[in-house]
Write a protein that binds this ligand. Structure first.
Ligand SMILES: O=C(O)/C=C(\C=C(/O)C(=O)O)C(=O)O
Length: 294
């Protein structure tokens, strides 16, 4: 089964930026292996296998310590591949699952015990068919008892339409990839200003991730991505997260060099204090709160 997109980089460069001890890759995936963890029949793309061993090896190679493994749509609501990573991580991986509204409390309990701490609502239409708000509200009612948060993945154009719903949610929200801004526009323009207004809400967090997806100026430095991500880090330094997005599903323009993605970090979080918040303090507070010394 050939993947629909370029395979991930087999020999990324060693980053020139050294992440602080304890750094967290807060957005990554595993795919399959398909022979062990079949892909969802309803998926809209077919991934290549990308295993926990390869994810852990990349983590160590890039100088990171922990992972947050996000359920990808190609596995639908079958979270077994993601849970398998958590169970083999020695406590160094947490998860974000995909569930359906009639998920049982017992299943949610099993996911929580394995290390899941959130669910993902994916609004990107090329990945998932749209669901009504009530679908997601039923899920939120179920997960509140576990203290989980909601990760939302949407296109910039969706924000206006979903504004009232997103701003009504009574849980912590984590936005994937800055809501996918058009980085050819002005970072000080009205479109990104509206997104930054969303970021002003105390329960809203943002992943300053995916220069490889968003940039039009392209690798290796992804210059046009930097002012947008830097703005978010400066605005909400205590509510930002970073991740590789390995193995980079659905990228067709190029195969990102994960070492070069790491090297973008000091250009968007320009002080050691901001880097420690982005890479350690913020993800630890959200995913390993029991290990955070008050
Ligand atoms: O991996 C990402 O975060 C981005 C993509 C894929 C998914 O999120 C997914 O399959 O769940 C994408 O933009 O294609």
């Amino acid at each position: 089964m050939d993947p629909d997109w370029l395979p991930w980089h087999a020999s990324p460069s060693k980053p020139t930026y050294t992440a602080p001890d304890g750094a967290v890759d807060a957005h990554c995936h595993v795919f399959g292996p398909g022979s062990e963890f079949p892909f969802a029949p309803e998926r809209k793309y077919t991934p290549c296998d990308a295993s926990k061993a390869q994810l852990f090896a990349l983590r160590d190679y890039l100088g990171f310590t922990r992972n947050v493994v996000v359920q990808a749509t190609c596995h639908g609501a079958d979270n077994r591949a993601m849970v398998d990573v958590l169970k083999h991580s020695n406590g160094r991986a947490r998860g974000v699952a995909t569930v359906v509204p009639d998920v049982s409390d017992e299943e949610l309990g099993r996911l929580h015990d394995a290390g899941v701490r959130g669910v993902r609502f994916n609004y990107v239409k090329r990945l998932v068919d749209p669901k009504p708000d009530a679908y997601y509200l039923r899920i939120i009612e179920k997960i509140k008892k576990f203290g989980w948060h909601v990760v939302i993945y949407f296109e910039a154009a969706d924000l206006a339409e979903k504004w009232d719903f997103f701003t009504s949610l009574p849980v912590t929200i984590v936005v994937d990839h800055m809501g996918r801004p058009d980085v050819t526009k002005d970072p000080n323009g009205p479109e990104f200003a509206r997104f930054l207004e969303f970021m002003e809400r105390e329960n809203v967090w943002c992943k300053v991730t995916c220069p490889d997806r968003l940039s039009k100026s392209g690798p290796p430095s992804y210059d046009d991505f930097v002012p947008f991500a830097k703005k978010v880090v400066e605005k909400i330094p205590d509510r930002v997260l970073w991740g590789t997005d390995w193995p980079h599903p659905n990228l067709k323009s190029h195969t990102p060099d994960d070492g070069k993605l790491v090297d973008v970090i000091p250009r968007i979080a320009t002080t050691e204090k901001a880097q420690r918040k982005l890479l350690i303090e913020n993800p630890m507070r959200l995913y390993w709160p029991e290990e955070v010394k008050v």
